[in-house]
Design a protein around this ligand. Structure first.
Ligand code: IPM
Ligand code: MN
Length: 372
């Protein structure tokens, strides 16, 4: 029995999560496990109604589950940042989901914008660090005369640029990127473990040539961890160059490990080469705790309630979820079901089909039940 929390969230979130649930339920029937779904009303609607983002009760409820299946959040009626930070990032941090696993894999039948690239050319994993870097939320914005607790920043700024920081004409903002040895170590180790399983390479994506303190530490830790994996090929790359190579030579990559911010950026690029955001899943993973699986796209509020959104990224996230619970066979069947629906052209409008969100979910669920 697996107890899975369902957070539909905003916009198309509830619809895609429902499609995902049908598929996971079918996988449970076929592979003999039960799922107990626990619904959570978390998102913009409740925030606008009650002012609550995440309550103590939500957290206690989620802590009693084995995993979280997350739709999407974000709503035009709420100022950007509030929901993202107050719900999505808050959950990643609360559950210490320090790995953000994003497979970049071109499924059969999917069109990639890259000319001449085939499924065997685009098949790698991005392991994005998920709790540190510029996401730690330490920063501030202030005018010259405003007092800040971080006097040291004012002083450094003043010394470096020779400006009078007491003057209101000066306005400064800063944001701290933080990498800890322990934080880097655990995610890099996970990436090497995955690379060892796949038997190939683990590439570090960073910018140690400029941001040399934080990414210098990152590289040092990477080098230490790599010593435990003599069979895995190692490689340092810079994030700017990687954006070119993802496009030109995606076949070079096997496992890519990257700090949070660059991971955010390169995985949208990765999503595009595997057919678009409609096909890009992500797992926020804590191997010793509660993980959370989601499509990496947003809530697309204008399509809310229309039953036309593409559920495949969410269903694929469901496959990652099953895999994390040890249901390997079921996870593979779900991925195979996604591929079948694409090959059969049984897809939503964004992928050139004419099916609804729910009918794609039902079709894949039937496919899994029939064991085809
Ligand atoms: C993602 C998203 C989030 C992030 C936002 C919504 C906070 O872009 O999951 O990639 O930046 O991590
Ligand atoms: Mn992103």
């Amino acid at each position: 029995m697996h107890r899975i929390a369902a957070i539909g969230g905003d916009g198309i979130g509830p619809e895609i999560i429902n499609a995902g649930r049908s598929v996971l339920n079918a996988a449970g029937e076929k592979y003999n496990f039960d799922i107990e779904w626990v619904d959570f009303d978390i998102g913009s609607d409740r925030y606008l109604r009650t002012g609550e983002l995440l309550t103590e009760e939500d957290i206690t409820g989620l802590e009693a589950c084995d995993s979280i299946f997350f739709g999407a959040i974000g709503d035009d009626r709420v100022k950007p940042g509030i929901i993202e930070k107050g719900i999505l990032l808050a959950l990643r941090f609360h559950f210490d989901q320090y790995i953000n696993l994003r497979p970049i894999q071109l499924l059969h039948g999917v069109q990639t914008p890259l000319a001449n690239k085939k499924p065997e050319d685009i098949d790698f994993l991005v392991v994005r660090e998920n709790t540190e870097d510029f996401y730690v939320g330490i920063g501030s914005r202030f005018k010259g005369s405003e007092k800040t607790s971080l006097e040291v920043i004012r002083n450094l700024y003043s010394i470096k640029f020779g400006v009078d920081v007491e003057s209101d004409a000066e306005e400064v903002a800063y944001q701290i990127g933080l990498i800890s040895r322990e934080g880097a170590e655990r995610v890099i180790r996970y990436a090497f473990e995955r690379a060892a399983d796949r038997g190939k390479k683990c590439s570090s994506v960073d910018k140690a040539n400029v941001l040399s303190d934080i990414y210098g530490l990152w590289r040092e830790v990477y080098t230490e961890v790599s010593k435990g994996y003599p069979d895995v090929e190692t490689e340092f790359t810079f994030v700017d160059a990687v954006t070119m190579w993802f496009v030109k030579n995606p076949e070079w990559f096997d496992v890519v490990v990257t700090p949070n911010m660059f991971g955010d950026i390169v995985t949208d690029l990765g999503a595009m080469i595997q057919g678009g955001l409609g096909l890009a899943p992500g797992g926020n993973i804590n191997p010793d705790g509660i993980s959370m699986f989601e499509p990496i796209h947003g809530s697309a509020p204008k399509y809310k309630g229309m039953n036309i959104a593409n559920p495949l990224a969410t269903i694929w996230a469901g496959s990652l979820l099953l895999d994390s619970l040890g249901e390997r066979e079921a996870a593979n069947a779900v991925l195979k079901g996604i591929e079948s629906s694409i090959v059969a052209g049984y897809v939503t409008k964004d992928m050139g089909g004419s099916q609804s969100t729910s009918s794609v979910g039902d079709w894949i669920a039937d496919k899994i039940r029939s064991g085809e």
